[in-house]
Design a binder for this molecule. Structure first.
Ligand SMILES: [Zn+2]
Length: 102
């Protein structure tokens, strides 16, 4: 997989951006962050390697999907993280499945 410039989730285009020393409001370091109000997904390029950035992007996408469908797990970090890592495994282990037919 490659990291795109934007990801459409539930009809909303989220810009994928990079920010060094990404933090939450409490000053805690983050690998990634999704903002529903700004329609952005931020990734910290210094906090992780290329594979980590892809997994973090999928993690934030899972938050976005859960938010879109108002799923109870939308703030459950452990479940969101397992879904993201599970999806990453399937993408990496089945690359042909995600290629276009034509
Ligand atoms: Zn999260």
């Amino acid at each position: 997989m490659k990291i795109p410039d934007k990801v459409r989730i539930g009809g909303i285009d989220y810009a994928v951006e990079y920010e060094n020393r990404l933090m939450n409001g409490g000053g805690q370091g983050l690998r990634g962050q999704i903002s529903y109000s700004n329609a952005t997904i931020k990734l910290d390029p210094n906090a992780q390697d290329e594979q980590g950035k892809k997994q973090t992007l999928l993690h934030e996408i899972m938050h976005g999907i859960a938010e879109h469908f108002d799923l109870p797990v939308r703030t459950d970090e452990d479940t969101i993280d397992k879904l993201a890592k599970g999806l990453y495994m399937v993408i990496v282990d089945n690359p042909d499945m995600f290629k276009s037919d034509d």
